[in-house]
Design a protein around this ligand. Structure first.
Ligand SMILES: Cc1ncc(COP(=O)(O)O)c(C=O)c1O
Length: 437
């Protein structure tokens, strides 16, 4: 595959931006090699600067539930552009979108739009602290919530421990306000609440953890968390930046029948444009300025073009309810991929999947469901990198990291997937030949 233009662009980009990218995983550090510079995308197809085409399973990291350039979203954006693209005032587009969301999602009384998932999480934490007058936050090992300082922390081992910063630039004092518990461990959770419950402003969780592989949690674990939050007056925040509108209209809250006090959204809610949102119980949302004392603002918040894109996306979801079909197709695709892996790969592997999300686990038998970060096989990174490149060279684009999930969209047809399966068999046969195995 000729990638000369991508290589040249990457060299130029590295001179003017850190690592040549504007978000770290795009830089291919997790898999090595040169990131493809994409020039256009339509349906399931990405086209790079050398004219190579790829069937895309990254889908802009999740937002593109209907594929690239969905015509309904495209139409809404074009109409919006004709009305001007930023007013900095009250307008009807965010109002109408907020009305749709609050009508359709029963536990959201009020919602505030921001411009990213990170901003949504940061704001929700502030609301929880403002409401409770407490400072400590509980998060879970392996859950990512954007680059909010207080959540960029690594777990201490074992039972909830004071966390240390996971990123330079986060002060130990900030990290010290965050407690980290393992996922899938009800005893650790109970013990954490027994020690710190009355000090905890919020517990934040990805109810479908999808940033360290796909660590599907048991219903009982989510229920236990919800009960402990209620008992201790701790605000339960579901971070549904990935799972919101991806697994169901009401996300994991709808599927688990657990009502969070606050929810955070990003990705799909903007239809591929920069939108985040946080919402929930009125009592909590009434803390937010200008009604309450918790300050939160944004020059481009509720940008009318992004609102129109997001609203078109959510309206289309409401009209088409794509979830059952997407889940069925994903299940079929993963099962077929597993069959080929069993036949060709020199190591055991399986795919963990939920709805239209999937994650390939290398060097792990299918009988072992991985629910915690520390259960991820040590060989995941290099083995996935091999598979990733073998597929990339054949025109299939997975997210460039063994710890990221893949997404199907309604633009993926069975014919696309059959093509990918055939390419995957070919890739696996090549991998099996590699000398070092
Ligand atoms: C669960 C979760 N929360 C928060 C974020 C941060 O969102 P953003 O990248 O829009 O800031 C992400 C991003 O991947 C996420 O997956």
């Amino acid at each position: 595959m000729n990638i000369q233009n991508s290589e040249k662009l990457f060299e130029r980009a590295k001179k003017v931006s850190p690592g040549g990218v504007h978000s770290p995983v795009r830089g291919f550090r997790g898999v090595g090699g040169t990131p493809r510079f994409i020039e256009s995308a339509k349906g399931v197809t990405l086209k790079d600067a050398d004219g190579n085409e790829y069937i895309d399973f990254c889908m802009s990291w999740g937002p593109l539930l209907f594929g690239h350039q969905d015509p309904d979203i495209s139409e809404a954006v074009k109409l919006a552009l004709g009305r001007g693209w930023s007013y900095g005032t009250a307008e009807r587009y965010s109002l109408e979108f907020a009305e749709t969301l609050t009508q359709k999602i029963p536990f959201i009384d009020e919602i505030r739009f921001v411009s990213s998932g990170t901003e949504a999480v940061m704001s929700a934490l502030r609301v929880a602290r403002g409401f409770t007058g407490r400072t400590k936050i509980l998060k879970f090992d392996g859950c990512y919530h954007g680059h909010v300082d207080s959540l960029l922390v690594r777990a201490g081992s074992g039972l909830a421990e004071m966390a240390s910063p996971d990123s330079a630039g986060v002060s130990p004092q900030t990290a010290a306000e965050t407690l980290v518990c393992p996922l899938d461990d009800e005893l650790a959770l109970e013990s954490c609440f027994a020690s710190y419950g009355p000090e905890l402003a919020a517990a934040i969780i990805e109810p479908l953890p999808a940033n360290n592989g796909l660590l599907i949690q048991k219903q009982s674990f989510l229920e236990k968390l919800s009960q402990l939050c209620k008992k201790n007056g701790t605000v339960l925040i579901f971070d549904e930046v990935i799972s919101g509108f991806r697994v169901a209209l009401g996300g994991m809250a709808e599927i688990s029948h657990i009502k969070p006090d606050l929810v955070t959204y990003g990705k799909i809610i903007g239809g591929g444009f920069p939108v985040g949102a946080y919402g929930g119980r009125r009592e909590l949302m009434n803390q937010v300025a200008p009604v309450g004392a918790v300050y939160q603002a944004g020059t481009l918040s509720a940008n009318p073009v992004a609102m129109s894109a997001g609203h078109a996306m959510i309206n289309k979801i409401i009209r088409e309810n794509p979830y059952a079909k997407l889940a069925e197709l994903t299940e079929w695709f993963c099962a077929e991929l597993e069959k080929r892996a069993a036949q060709h790969l020199p190591y055991p592997s399986h795919l963990q999947r939920f709805g239209s999300l999937f994650w390939s686990v290398c060097n792990s038998p299918s009988s072992e469901i991985i629910r915690r970060q520390d259960q991820i096989p040590a060989q995941q990174k290099p083995l996935f990198a091999d598979f990733f490149h073998a597929m990339l060279n054949r025109g299939v684009y997975f997210a460039p990291s063994g710890y990221e999930v893949g997404f199907l969209s309604t633009a993926h047809t069975k014919a696309h997937l059959e093509q990918v399966l055939s390419l995957a068999s070919d890739a696996m046969i090549e991998i099996a030949k590699h000398e070092h195995r």
